[in-house]
Design a protein around this ligand. Structure first.
Ligand code: GDP
Ligand code: IMO
Ligand code: MG
Length: 422
């Protein structure tokens, strides 16, 4: 039987997953999101249009591909409706091209309130959440209290909703958090009506049957491996398994039915929100990368923290995910540097190591850098591998050698066309 491929981020999110899914969609029949929710912001650019998707898979702009929101995703109906409405203005036929798993969990207005209350209570130790209600919704999922898309078709939906909201009210009272739920509920219930108009399916059956009949599936990840609930820089992580195994859980595709694992990384690193970031640059260089790369969040608009490429962290993500090929994004952003730095090792409790250890807290771990010659030329108009500058080819070979995995695409700009096959 044909196998499904998985595409995911290897750093702290925002690697450029949306762009690459859009570029690769023509060779797939189905694009399926497997985890996360509207904390994600996946940007696509083509024909002068820039579009940001939060819950809907990034294959939606192609004429034939079917897009599935898998059981592992959490859906905020209000944000979902906004996305659908924006797609309708672009004449995207969501009624036929978008399918939603009945097993996906719903983000309630009170989940968002709880997210805000929890962050406020943490004070300076806050996670830096996108405040979309992700953590509280996954807590209710694993706590076996959640509401699912499939519940919308049952007569007990309202009852279940009220029971959950009552529990949330007690938690909000515990946090002494002020809120006005009546202001939020009408839009939520209105958006549910729109959700009900879409195709709600048993996506595990749909996807496995599709594979049996030879259809090609690309599973689209959200966030990045270093934000994974198990393997990320806990507790500064998101609340789902962002790694390859998450595609099995989040879609019902068995591990032995997974084929290629495509790992997306930036030529440098960024992180948004709190938490340790070994190669972070809190100086002019970091600011230069932020400005050149327009590193401001697609979902929250927050400035992203920036730093040099971290090889031990990349190796870790490749190991955990079983990455078979790499795609390097935003090479154009590093065009104006005489010298680049790459973290090849760390010192950890005074010892030099070449792997990502349990704690990456700066009290224990510091990066060790190697200087690399920059390429100092504009890449954004380059359209083939042969025209890439020698210094960039050296950078690519250096990374491939260090992580023992081939780089198959280098991206030199946000547009679909600015994509070079290696
Ligand atoms: P995602 O969450 O992984 O889909 O990534 P985001 O969309 O949040 O952030 C990536 C940003 O970089 C978006 O604004 C993209 O348009 C942009 N982008 C993607 N690839 C490139 C590239 O190769 N060069 C430049 N300059 N920008 C890129
Ligand atoms: P995409 O799919 C970058 C970060 C938040 C915060 C932490 C927890 O666009 O790459 P949450 O809202 O999940 O409770 O936030 O995770 N975060 C992301 N950072 N890209 C994302 O998604 C992110 N989704 C969550 O900034 O630090
Ligand atoms: Mg993003």
């Amino acid at each position: 039987m044909i196998k499904a491929d998985v595409l995911l981020g290897l750093q702290w999110g925002d690697e450029g997953k949306g762009k690459i899914v859009d570029v690769l969609t023509p060779v797939y029949d189905i694009i399926a999101r497997f985890q996360g929710g509207p904390n994600a912001g996946h940007t696509l650019e083509f024909n002068g249009i820039k579009h940001v998707l939060h819950t809907i898979p990034s294959g939606i702009f192609h004429p034939t591909a079917i897009n599935v929101v898998g059981n592992g995703v959490v859906i905020d109906p209000v944000i979902f409706k906004k996305e659908i409405d924006a797609l309708k203005t672009l004449n995207v036929d969501v009624k036929t091209k978008l399918l939603i798993s009945k097993r996906a969990h719903l983000i309630l207005p009170t989940h968002r309130l709880l997210d805000a209350a929890s962050e406020a209570a943490k004070g300076k130790n806050k996670i830096g959440s996108t405040l979309k209600g992700i953590g509280p919704t996954y807590m209710d999922k694993t706590g076996r209290n959640g509401l699912r898309v499939g519940d919308l078709e049952t007569s007990t939906f309202l009852e279940k909703y009220q029971t959950l909201v009552e529990k949330h009210k007690q938690l909000l009272a515990y946090h002494q958090y002020d809120y006005n739920l009546q202001e939020l509920e009408p839009a939520w219930f209105e958006a549910l009506e729109e959700l009900k108009q879409l195709q709600l399916i048993e996506s595990e059956h749909y996807l496995n049957t599709a594979m049996q009949s030879g259809k090609r599936i690309l599973a689209e990840g959200a966030q990045g491996s270093l934000l994974d609930i198990d393997f990320g820089s806990y507790p500064f992580v998101t609340s789902s398994n962002t790694i390859c195994a998450g595609a099995s859980n989040g879609l019902g595709i068995a591990p032995n039915r997974i084929g290629n694992v495509i790992g997306i990384f930036k030529a440098y690193c960024t992180r948004v929100g709190s938490g340790p970031f070994p190669t972070e640059l809190n100086d002019e260089t970091g600011e230069k990368i932020r400005q050149m790369g327009r590193e401001f969040g697609s979902t929250t608009g927050r400035a992203r923290r920036t730093g040099w490429l971290d090889i031990p962290a990349l190796k870790y993500a490749i190991m955990i995910n079983g990455v078979t090929e790499l795609m390097m994004m935003k090479a154009d952003v590093l065009s104006n540097f005489e010298t680049l730095q790459v973290c090849t090792h760390y010192t950890y409790n005074g010892k030099v190591i070449d792997y990502l250890p349990y704690s990456i807290d700066p009290d224990y771990l510091q990066p060790v850098y190697l200087d690399i010659k920059g390429w100092h030329c504009d890449l954004t108009q380059i359209d083939s591998k042969e025209k890439l500058p020698a210094a960039l080819m050296d950078y690519i070979r250096f990374i491939e050698d260090a992580v023992k995995t081939p780089i198959t695409i280098v991206s030199v700009g946000p547009d679909r066309k600015q994509t070079i096959k290696m």
